[in-house]
Structure formats: C-alpha cells, structure tokens
Ligand binder design. Sequence first.
Ligand code: DX5
Ligand code: ZN
Length: 217
Amino acid sequence: MENIASASILSADFCNLGRDIQKAEEAGCRYIHFDVMDGVFVPNISYGIPILKAVSKVVKGTLDVHLMIIDPIKYVKDFAANGADIITFHAESESDIAGTIKVIHSCGKKAGLAIKPGTPVSAVEPYLDLLDMVLVMTVEPGFGGQGFIYSTIDKIAEVKSMIESRGLDIPIQVDGGINGETAELVKNAGAEILVAGSYLFGADDMRAAADKLICRN
Ligand code: DX5
Ligand code: ZN
C-alpha cells in the first residue's frame, strides 16, 4: 500500500492556483489540502468558501479541507456544499465535536479531527469510532514553512496504537514541516497521509519530492 501525498496550496502561487494544482496532481499528489484560517483560532487569515468553490472545479482528486477556525460547526455545511470531500476540524475549537462530525456526515462527507502539537491524544480517543481520519499537527497551526516538531512523533505512534487496539482502520494524517527527511519519521510512526506545502511547491522537481512522501520504506 502506498501513502498519500496531500499538497497544501497555502504555499502555491495564488495568481496561478489552477496551474499549481494541476502540477501537484500530475506529480502524484492524490489529495489537495485547503487550509482555512480565521484569524481567531490561529493568528493568520487565509481563504474561505469562494476560493474553495473555484478550486473544486479544477481538483480531480480529493479535496482535503483543514479548518483552523474557532466554531467549525457553523460552517461545515457551506464547505461541504462547495467542494470539500474531507472536512477536518480541531478538537481545540469551540464546537461540539460529536455534533460537528454528525453534520459533516449528514452532508455525505468524510470527517477528520485534528490535534495541535500540545494536545494529548486522549482528546481524539472518545471520537475514534465516528472518525474517518485523525490529523496530528506536526507544527503549531497557522503558517506554512515552519520547522517540524519532533516530539509529535511519539503522538503519532500513540494514536496509531490506539486505533489498532480498537480494531479500527482510520488513516493518520500529518501536517507541518514535512519534507524528504521528516516523511520517513512520520511514516515509520504510522502516518499514511502526508500534507506538505513549502516542500512540494518549493521543489525543483515536484514529482521527485512527492515520491518521497508516497513511497513506503
Ligand atoms: C499550517 C497548515 C499547513 C501548512 C503546511 O497551519 O495547516 O497545511 O500549509 O505547510 P508546510 O508543509 O510548509 O509546513
Ligand atoms: Zn493544514
């Protein structure tokens, strides 16, 4: 089985977004990662629904939406109606977690739950039976191009064993500071879906870079 590369378009050229998405998909990225930041949950603002709608028209693979917003339950229906295939929100947000997952599923979409580097894995444990994906953040959410936080490796392994001990089959996604080297570490710890922004879009050869995320060791 191969891993999945999810290209974070936060590091793309926004004036040539369609071209960059096509380039990432041609390089082998099966997911396109769409980071939504509200300036409240994280100290940065990115983009929202109108851009998602435009992007969804060119994405051929899976549109992987990562909501870094304070009250996701208010907006998940809009993201679902405008092209999201997977909607991931944060356990640290103010929304009711089980309720938000329910709304995502009622729209026919997959639900992911994310935890920041400082949040214990116990925050996702009660919801594992309901989830389609767990996102373990490997940097503090808010910005692309940050350095990988190595203490998150143990958390990935912890989530992996929690999932396996329950006989579940939920993929673990990682996001932040992923490159050719850190990809090996997160894959060994049990991550299957690797998000990368600056590494992919800054690469001279995007296909070679994506291969490092995708290939199993
Ligand atoms: C950070 C975002 C990431 C970001 C990753 O808050 O969630 O998806 O784009 O960027 P890199 O891969 O450059 O660390
Ligand atoms: Zn992200």
